[in-house]
Design a protein around this ligand. Structure first.
Ligand code: C2E
Ligand code: CA
Ligand code: CA
Ligand code: CA
Length: 277
C-alpha cells in the first residue's frame, strides 16, 4: 500500500505541475481575449416543437484564440468563473445579445428572443451591472420577448444570491427567465413555485435516450406536465433525432433545441438561414 501511495504520488506530481502551468497560460490568454475582443456569440435556434418555427435562440460564447484556435466554453468558462473574469465577459455577452436582438428587430422586423447563460457567480456579482443592463435594454427598446436569462437550479437554493430581488428586477424590465439543465442539479421542486420562471429546459441527459428508455420517457412526460401546471413552457435540449422529436411532441413539449434543427451558428448565418426566408 505504501508503494502504491508513492507511485501515485510520483505519477501525479508532474501532471499537477503541468495542469498548474496549463491553467496559468489559460488565465493569461483569457485576460488577453477580453482586451483583444477574441469572443463571438453564436446562436442556436430554439424551435417551436409542433411547427419548427424559430422565434428564439440561445447565445453561446465562442473564443477564437490566434494560436489555440477555437476553445470550448466548457474549458474556459470554469476558469473565467474562478478568476472573476466571467463578470466582464458576461457583461459583454449580455450587451452583445441585447444589441443583436435590437438590430434584428430594426433591420429585419423580426422579434427573436435571445437567451444568455448566467453562471451562479455572475448572478451573485452582477449587482450594479444589473441596473446598467436594464437601462441598456430600455435604450435599445428591447423588452418583453427580446432577452431571456438562463440560470441553473442550484442558484435558487442559495439564500445569499439575492435571487428574489434580481428575478423581480428582470421581470420588471420584461426579461424572461429559463431554468437551464433542469434535473441535473439539486432538486429544487419546492423552488419552482416560489420563483416566477418562464421556461424549464430539460437537460440533454434526459432527452438523449427518450425514444428508447422507458424511464427517461416517463421522467420527461412528468416534467412537462408539472411545468405546464406551474405555468411554465418547456424547452428540450439536445434533440438530435426525429424519433426524439416525435416522442417529445407527443409528450407536449413546447420547444426544442439541438442538432436535429441546427448547431449554433454565427449571427450572419443565423440571419440568412432563419430570418431572411
Ligand atoms: P448549455 O447552456 O447547456 O448549452 C448547450 C450546449 O449544448 C452548447 O454547448 C451547445 O452547443 C450544445 N448542444 C446543442 N445542441 C446539442 C445537441 O443536439 N447535442 C449535443 N451533444 N450538444 C448540443 P457549448 O456551446 O459548448 O456550451 C457549453 C456550456 O458552456 C453551456 O451549456 C453553458 O453552460 C456554457 N456557456 C456557453 N456560453 C456561455 C456564456 O456566454 N456564459 C456562461 N456563463 N456560460 C456559457
Ligand atoms: Ca444554456
Ligand atoms: Ca443546458
Ligand atoms: Ca410563469
Amino acid at each position: 500500500a505504501k508503494d502504491q501511495g508513492r507511485n501515485r504520488f510520483n505519477y501525479f506530481t508532474p501532471s499537477m505541475q503541468e495542469y498548474a502551468k496549463y491553467r496559468m497560460r489559460l488565465i493569461h490568454d483569457l485576460r488577453q481575449a477580453v482586451l483583444n475582443k477574441e469572443f463571438e456569440l453564436h446562436y442556436q435556434p430554439i424551435v417551436t416543437m409542433a411547427t419548427g418555427e424559430v422565434l428564439k435562440a440561445e447565445a453561446l460564447l465562442r473564443w477564437f484564440h490566434p494560436e489555440r484556435g477555437s476553445v470550448s466554453p466548457a474549458e474556459f468558462i470554469p476558469v473565467a468563473e474562478d478568476t472573476g473574469l466571467i463578470v466582464e465577459i458576461g457583461n459583454w455577452v449580455f450587451e452583445q445579445a441585447a444589441r443583436q436582438s435590437a438590430q434584428w428587430r430594426k433591420t429585419l422586423g423580426v422579434e427573436i428572443q435571445i437567451s444568455v447563460n448566467k453562471s451562479p457567480i455572475q448572478f451573485r456579482d452582477e449587482g450594479a451591472l444589473l441596473h446598467n443592463w436594464l437601462e441598456l435594454l430600455q435604450q435599445l427598446d428591447v423588452t418583453g420577448a427580446g432577452v431571456c436569462v438562463e440560470i441553473t437550479e442550484g442558484l435558487l437554493l442559495d439564500a445569499s444570491m439575492g435571487v428574489t430581488e434580481k428575478l423581480l428586477a428582470y421581470r420588471d424590465a420584461g426579461v424572461q427567465v429559463s431554468l437551464d439543465d433542469f434535473g441535473t442539479g439539486y432538486s429544487s421542486l419546492a423552488y419552482l413555485k416560489k420563483f416566477d420562471i418562464d421556461y424549464l429546459k430539460i437537460d440533454q441527459s434526459f432527452t438523449r435516450n427518450i425514444d428508447t428508455d422507458e424511464n427517461d420517457h416517463t421522467l420527461c412526460e412528468a416534467i412537462i406536465v408539472m411545468a405546464h401546471k406551474l405555468g411554465m413552457k418547456v424547452i428540450a435540449e439536445g434533440v438530435e433525432t426525429e424519433a426524439q422529436r416525435q416522442v417529445l411532441l407527443r409528450a407536449g413539449c413546447d420547444y426544442g433545441q439541438g442538432y436535429l434543427f441546427s448547431k449554433p451558428v454565427s449571427a450572419s448565418e443565423f440571419a440568412s438561414k432563419y430570418l431572411l426566408t
